[in-house]
Design a binder for this molecule. Structure first.
Ligand SMILES: Cc1cc2nc3c(=O)[nH]c(=O)nc-3n(C[C@H](O)[C@H](O)[C@H](O)COP(=O)(O)O)c2cc1C
Length: 330
């Protein structure tokens, strides 16, 4: 396995170095401040992302919550924006920069209908000129590095990721992350790491490979195939906030990392639930359900615990269930 050096991004006055080549992906509805706090525990130097932020909501003020606390957090955190209007993106990027964003990422891959039909996210894959205009304007307006996250194209027939990525590089993008699927594929099929390799070969700026990396074996294979400068981990980290740190350590130290056991997973789940309740009141229980369902896996009695947790309709019941489970393991 080759040694992955730090990734240097010159910015437009404010340079940044990514010391850890394993990156936590932006995950709407998941990668909030509390989730990032857990990921950070195992990955002190990794680049983490906010959930994608609608530029318009930042412009109008009501999306600010997602970027307001960045300065309080340790380690590098990128803000990811989506929209199709260059001026709106510029306004939002300026706000994100002043909130403490480590870098500014532009989403050109989100397949969600309500975003793509309005011209944002993956719809920009069909409009290279507009995509480049956005990158150009945003790069000029802020001093931190501007990066872009793309898919391979809108659909297989029209997919020309190399010229698309070259256009973004020319426009000022300083790093490109590629999810090796088209928009049409959604999450079907497998991430095409060979296609990412072709992009990497054609660009001068760093390329991060994304899609279907579940562990360090996948990460090593993906890095070998793509020759990418780093990898980004998405779905596999849901319920496994240690994964980015685990992959980084396993690749660096070449020895297995101790995956959290039942006790650790349950105490993490309890801590996550309590933090959500503290921040969101009773509604925190509804948000916590998916995390509880993802994290409470891979140990004896996990299915029965999940079954009980999903039925707990009062926060104190869910807390009690987890506390009792922990007592049994002591
Ligand atoms: C629940 C969920 C939310 C996501 N939210 C975002 C997002 O806000 N921005 C983004 O660029 N990609 C988002 N993605 C895509 C992931 O970042 C990643 O590109 C994709 O899941 C492929 O990587 P994986 O196979 O490691 O999951 C999301 C994916 C999921 C499953």
């Amino acid at each position: 396995m080759r040694i992955l050096p730090s990734i240097f991004l010159p910015g437009n006055g404010t340079s940044r170095s990514l010391k850890c080549p394993i990156i936590q992906s932006p995950l709407a509805g998941v990668s909030d401040q509390i989730f990032r706090k857990f990921v950070r525990r195992w990955a002190p130097e990794a680049l983490l992302f906010t959930e994608m932020v609608n530029a318009k909501s930042l412009e109008l003020g009501h999306g600010e919550q997602k970027v307001l606390e960045l300065l309080e957090e340790n380690g590098p955190i990128g803000v990811q924006l989506f929209d199709h209007r260059p001026d709106s993106m510029v306004e939002a990027a300026i706000k994100a920069e002043s909130s403490g964003a480590f870098l500014l990422d532009i989403n050109m891959g989100c397949p969600v209908r309500k975003i793509a039909t309005r011209g944002g996210g993956s719809a920009l894959l069909k409009d290279p000129e507009l995509a480049q205009e956005i990158v150009k304007k945003v790069s000029k307006a802020i001093s931190i590095p501007v990066t872009v996250k793309i898919r391979l194209g809108w659909c297989e027939d029209s997919s020309e990721p190399v010229p698309f990525a070259l256009g973004l590089q020319d426009a000022g993008a300083q790093l490109i992350t590629v999810h090796g699927r088209t928009k049409k594929q959604g999450f079907a099929g497998i991430s095409n790491w060979e296609a990412i390799a072709k992009i990497k070969k054609s660009l001068d700026i760093p390329v991060i490979a994304n899609g279907d990396i579940k562990d360090s074996k996948d990460a090593i294979k993906c890095l070998e195939i793509t020759n990418a400068d780093g990898i980004m981990v998405g779905r596999a980290s849901m319920g496994a906030p240690w994964l980015v740190g685990q992959i980084d350590q396993e690749i660096k130290n070449q020895k297995a990392f101790k995956t959290p056991d039942a006790k650790m997973k349950i105490s993490l789940t309890l801590e996550h639930l309590k933090l959500l309740l503290q921040e969101k009141g009773d509604h925190g229980l509804f948000i916590a359900r998916k995390h509880m369902n993802w994290t409470c896996r891979g140990f004896e009695g996990d299915a029965s615990l999940r079954h009980k947790l999903v039925r707990a309709s009062i926060p104190s019941d869910a807390v009690k269930l987890l506390e009792e489970e922990l007592l049994k393991l002591n």
